[in-house]
Design a protein around this ligand. Sequence first.
Ligand SMILES: [Ca+2]
Length: 508
Amino acid sequence: MKSKMCTPRKLLFVTSFLFCFLNCKEKSSNVSDKEIKPNIIWLMAEDISLDLECYGTKAVKTPNLNKMASEGIRFDNCFVTNSICSPSRSAMMTGVHQRIINADNHRSNRDIPLNEKYKPFTYYLRQEGYTCILGHHGVMSMGRKVDVNFKSKDIGKWDGKENFGLFDKMDYFEKEDQPFFAQIQLKATHRGDWWNSIRKKSKHQVNPDEVELPDYIADHPVTRLDWAKYLDQIEYIDNEVGMIFKELEDKGLAKNTIVIFIGDNGRCNIRGKGYLHDSGIHIPLIVYHPKGLQGKQVRKDIVSATDITATILDFAGIETPKYMTGKPIFDERFSRDYVYATRSLWDEIDEKSRAITSSNWKYIRNDKPEIPFDAHQAYLEFYRPALHIMRTLNKEDKLLEKEKFFFQKTKPKEELYDLENDPLELNNLADNINYQKILKKMREKTLCFDKKMKPTDTTYFPIIPSSVGLLEWVKKEKPALYQEMLKGVEIGFQTLQKENTTTNKSSI
Ligand SMILES: [Ca+2]
């Protein structure tokens, strides 16, 4: 569906013109863009799929996001371009697919400057007079995470040669910052030792009996409780969203501030974060615009997370740089047939999978089929109770057919899913003789994207994850605790990391 409304850039022009016209008798050219450009807040929730009440999830209560969606525009088909944090965030920070800028490998190349052709999008906002703010004083851990795979600094100037600063200031947006852009991370939904304490303090603990598990996760008290805890974290971030809206009201900024809510990758669970299945790359996106765009809309068209970058520039009246792969989603000309997503290095697992999603079909090509879905990645051992429960059930031959797929010894070389009839992607049609025509088309299209998104350089220098050593240490030094983990208990990755002085870097 294409928007029939005024595009943000046109709207900005018309508003500027009217403002100028009405004031021209008093001041000739004293109209400052600063007074009329919208402020923009980008709320980025960690590791979240479409598990909000406004997307139809029953057990969870998200009144603030419901309100945002009912007064704004809810997007039902937004996808990230990589299913883990740093590559996905690198793409969003530049508006360019992360493969092109050689940022596809998690936590790599942190000392290598971007090719000079590419710039973080805050560079353009700052040129246009925007104050760029990172984080928020009231949210968990101040919401400051950036996590991009190119040389950068949180605060300072950017020229891409000597200076690599992305933002101007931290934690507070104020009237005098206008126009401002604030990027705020909502961290609670990321797996962490805080999940238990947030659940404990919650006034509405999600009832494990009420959660609806997807068919590929075994129904078990541990998997239900784990899912309920995840939804508790979503309720926590919903409160944070409410708090930010209240602050906008209190500071008299609400009428001129656009708020965008988006995820950085899918939920951290089986087939989620780290995978190219729907639950790894399909994320929530809600755009609230107090005056420029008609609310109460639901858009079903395919949107890429990099499109949000171009859209923010569009809201600020800035033309999309030609090199960007993202496109402004409220432009009348917006159209996208596919999102191309990749999975490469994540900690010690050097994967290579590529996928495209259209409105009806999903194709995944696994170039390393010998690496199983259940790759025993050290970090994930600490944070996926469902994995341990289902491994045990698998050994006992108690998994249902739909649940076994993840535990195959190898991956299929190709996967093809009919999203309309099989949204959970349970039935791989790649070997089905009736679907060879669509398979061929999707395969060829993916190869085209492989070429189109060809990296400027392919060198990468990964960080060695501390989680590998930590897991070995737990096995050796804390065997009883390790046994607890195998029963689906989260034993506290970060607490253990602090205790184990031989490791020093977090993998989150
Ligand atoms: Ca993330």
